[in-house]
Design a protein around this ligand. Sequence first.
Ligand code: NOJ
Length: 753
Amino acid sequence: MKKMRLLLCLVLFATQIHAQDQKMNAFITALMAKMTVEEKIGQLNLITPGSGILTGSVVSTDVEGKIKSGKVGGLFGVIGAEKVKQAQDISMKESRLKIPLLFGSDVIHGHKTTFPIPIGVSCTWDTALIRQSAIIAAAEATADGLNWAFSPMVDVARDPRWGRVSEGSGEDPFLGSQIAIAMVKGYQGASLADKQTLLACVKHFALYGAAEGGRDYNTVDMSKIKMYNEYLAPYKAAVDAGVATIMSSFNDVDGVPATGNKWLLTDLLKKDWKFNGMVVSDYTSVNEMVNHRMGNLQEVSAQSIKAGLDMDMVGEGFLTTLKKSLDEKKITMLDIDRACRKVLEAKYKVGLFDDPYRYIDAARGAKEVLSADKRAFSRKIAGQSFVLLKNEKQILPLKKTQKIALIGPLANDKNNMLGTWAVSADPQLSIPVLMGMQQQSNATSIVYAKGANITDDTTLAKKVNVFGLRVDIDKRTPDAMLQEALSTANASDVVVAVLGEASEMSGEAASRSDITLPASQIKLLNALYTTGKPVVVVLMSGRPLVLTNMIEGATAVLHVWHAGIEAGNAIADVLFGEVNPSGKLSMTFPYSVGQIPVYYSQKTTGRPMDQNNKFSTKYLDIPNEPLFPFGFGLSYTQFAYSDVKLSSNKISKSESITASVTLTNKGQYDGAEVVQLYIEDKVRSITPSAKELKGFQKVNLKAGESKTITFKLTEEMLKFWNADIKFVSESGDFNLLIGGNSRDLQSVPFRLL
Ligand code: NOJ
């Protein structure tokens, strides 16, 4: 009976969707019948008037004139509902067909209320919270006139030299997929017709995170087996979750730039995965195919539209050449119609044809933008994103009675709190650490000294300061700052050193070859260590850093990424123990740059590491192990795991089994632990990853409390892409691994029949 009812509901739902689709199709068909070829091509043009943060050297010209003549499908970089309205007015009042414009933006980690950067958010391992962050970002962005977010970025990334690791969810395809789903569902909600939701855009399709040498925009070369098993899952998860748009990446995939790659955009995405939304290029990535040596602008534009690209961001290759290609029969009217329909569908889905101004609502803007509840949420998610890497002598949490020396170039800084991609946010509204700590403690017990510049390197500072002052080189000499810091430290009970990267030392076009702390800060830290005072290092960065040369002297290390508008408050919450840290690394912290790529799932080799065997896989000068493994993170409390129990040690293709473990909070503080489940395949027809994350649960436990956690294990979880690119399982022996990080795990054998 129940099943029947469910089936009926599903049929009704499907019929409704079908009817809606039919209505949309009929509307768009009628509209397209009125459009000239030029107007159709105009819809494929996405440009920016040049405000906000530009990520390329090309800026669109004569934007107003182009809108009037129907040559623009959408805009981005227009900040604020008032400006959005002005632009929409031009289209609605002065263009022939009055087709409303899409308004996109890099809403990546919040809109004006900034949340921690995505890699930080991913360290919460809390998909409900992450989904909530997207819901809130969408509510604020739509109240500010926007209807399209260029997010989530789901590129699996295993090279921390690549600055854009800050924008993603780290190294693991399973964790990345769960976060991709949460973000898409958060942005798009149950219905795009809801004014509080917007079009999500999963990016960068595909493999952008695997740029050679970690150098941004660099080439990618990868076997299909690796692609399918280790890189594609998060994009696919986003597509299955119903993402409305997808952005092609700058890199090549199997020798063909993604933007013009028919296998990628049509065969895989549109045919295999059944994606039926819109595909947009990245910033001038059509034009950049000329540099990739694919041909001239006309040729690469034709190649891209034929490959399945629907919208051209900024470069206007489509706008300026597609008509010629049509006349010369290099492309067909079907290509243009397909792309145009996709753009119009996106507009239809967000209700722009019902009301082009539906996202422009001063009352909603006043209520939603930067509202107190949003700031409170930002503080909460920031506190969850911090990863405690070290805590000796239980120095943390700090006692409010202690005399604290707050030292470091990021300790009283507003400009770097928001992190990269805070395009619409105002850094002046952010809370620096000093302010956050003062608000929670007796102000007189905290004495601040800058101690050092983020870097003394003026050439680097110039590169980092492109979007505003991020590295502020002090007028005082480094030595004068150091002396001040030392006397401040000497007069304290404990030193809190707030160090790390400026926000624009990571992000787009911010690759680094040396990912240690800059020399100026290492010098400061070493000097602080000589005082003999306990030193708590609060580290900000947009990427995993190599901490090997600084970790030993530190009594505690709290990694806080770039934590967003409420950074200072959230950091104070954790330092003073109002919030117990529970973040777990979503990306390995290397021991040395020389190990990169280093990630937890790295395959075993034919000559596994053996210290006693010269001819085994290892370095002469460094260990194989990273400094901190994927999944790692401490708490102020301690968790104990019971033995793992399986309901059976055999699993069949039709019957699942369960694994259970009892977790006990043995310490003095309430806390949360992320229980992680990995699988190790003992024999496979292709070399498997050493282990693969297959499940996780974040569990809250009061001090002294225990809870039994259960995971369901199915045959589906044991599948992989084989040499024929078929998704299969293979009978045989496996280990199931459970623990609090990817290194320290219990292992229980089981067999797939
Ligand atoms: C280039 C970036 O790669 C992409 O992520 C971003 O959405 C666009 N620029 C638009 O700013």
